[in-house]
Design a protein around this ligand. Structure first.
Ligand code: PLP
Length: 412
């Protein structure tokens, strides 16, 4: 009997498609998987040079910049470190904002490099406040603050900071601080403009909006950041921008590059450019609005409190008191073969996160939300029926028209 039950459970949980609905790594499209399934080539040869140039150019399109973008074999954390060691010196002062778990980790890293961090406290339920940053910089009459460092999309909370407004806040007080932005979970999914917003270092990586397996980290580098890198005092070798920039001109890398990931990146960039970046951003907005409609339909609470900062990439959902989010996620995984994102550090057990980024489309989202709704019932979490229906209304263009771009309806 026991064997029969566990066999039934095995059949139930392992049939069909696994729904990877965490906010990154996001599922890798078939097209990208196929593009990576190729023999490696001579990384000093002419074919590689073409690949390197094409990928570096495609990255500039997606970062929206004519500035150089460097690519490291690393996760996003490596790209954070590269941004720090190329621009700052021990003892420098920077301003960071406590938007959540990832902002807190970046702060720890900065502190380990001997940098003096003014960490603006936050409640982990909204993005970085431009007015607070403006006030901090206005107070700094000696102009000793060297950088403002913010996370664009805080993956632990589902709040997206308003980078264009932060830029304006810095300009309003004519402060020379560098602006450094972590776009690890926003690039390729959320509107982002490295050059127009005069960001000095944009940090990113592969495994979220770019729809690849983990393994490459990015720095997009403004002229001002490049100038800072010529005089800053932080020791570095592997991460040194200059080492990268020289061979990059001809599509090459100073060290053995991650060729297979670069094949995949070329394909993923082509997919984003074919769909059109604005269409990609609008799709994510629509999916985010639908996910939030579902949460409200269930009578649950979206963790982010600021509507202007709702993330198009993920929705963090607060569990009702007395219910454990990790237990709920386990029930969803066991019963419906779907992975939802865990609450991180101080949100552990209190929130679960629904990822809707990368290759996600309307039906993927509706299926994922259906799994959440069935999981809430299976876990005995009090909720209202009809969240999925509310999401469908939004996706059909019948829901709350204020929270997502209206769909185009075909004539006739
Ligand atoms: N920053 C943000 C916003 C993230 O979401 C993550 C990872 O999820 C990181 C930094 C760390 O990136 P990695 O785990 O690739 O080192």
């Amino acid at each position: 009997m026991e064997i029969k039950q566990s066999l039934e459970k095995f059949m139930k949980t392992h049939q069909g498609h696994h729904f990877l609905q965490i906010p990154g790594p996001s599922p890798v499209p078939e097209r990208v998987l196929r593009a990576m399934n190729k023999q490696v080539i001579d990384h000093r040869g002419p074919e590689f040079s073409r690949l390197g140039k094409e990928v570096l150019e495609g990255c500039r399109t997606v970062f929206k910049t004519s500035d150089p973008v460097v690519i490291y074999p690393s996760s996003g954390t490596g790209a954070w470190e590269a941004a720090i060691v190329n621009t700052l010196s021990p003892g420098d002062k920077v301003v960071m904002v406590e938007t959540g778990h990832f902002a807190t980790l970046w702060r720890q890293m900065v502190a380990r490099w001997g940098i003096d961090v003014d960490f603006v406290p936050g409640d982990w339920r909204r993005g970085a406040d431009p007015a607070t940053i403006e006030a901090k910089l206005a107070e700094d009459r000696a102009r000793s603050i060297k950088a403002v460092m913010v996370v664009h999309n805080e993956t632990s909370t589902g709040a997206t900071s308003r980078i264009a407004e932060i830029r304006k806040a810095i300009d309003k007080v004519s402060h020379p601080a560098l602006l450094m932005v972590d776009t690890i979970s926003s690039l390729g999914s959320v509107d982002y403009r490295h050059e127009e917003w005069a960001v000095d270092v944009t940090v990113s990586c592969l495994q979220k909006g770019l729809m690849l397996p983990p393994g490459l980290g990015f720095n997009a580098i403004s002229k001002k950041a490049l100038a800072a890198s010529k005089t800053n005092k932080m020791p570095r070798s592997y991460w040194d921008w200059q080492e990268m920039l020289k061979p990059n001109v001809n599509g090459f890398f100073p060290y053995t590059p991650a060729t297979s990931l670069l094949y995949g990146l070329r394909e993923a960039l082509a997919m984003l450019i074919e769909e059109g970046l604005e269409a990609v951003f609008a799709r994510h907005q629509r999916l985010g609005a639908a996910a939030r409609a579902a949460v409200r339909g269930w009578g649950l609470e979206v963790h982010c409190l600021e509507p202007a900062e709702y993330s198009p990439v993920l929705t963090a959902v607060l569990m009702p008191p007395g219910h454990d989010a990790d237990q709920f996620r386990k029930i969803v995984l066991d019963n419906y073969n779907m992975s939802l994102g865990a609450g991180l550090s101080k949100l552990a057990g209190r929130v679960f996160r629904i990822g809707h980024l990368g290759e996600c489309n309307e039906l993927t989202l509706v299926a994922a939300l259906t799994g959440v709704e069935m999981g809430l019932s299976a876990a005995g979490v009090p909720h209202l029926a009809g969240g999925v229906g509310a999401a469908m209304e939004v996706l059909e263009g019948r829901g709350d028209a204020n929270s997502w771009p209206p769909l185009k309806v075909a004539a006739g």
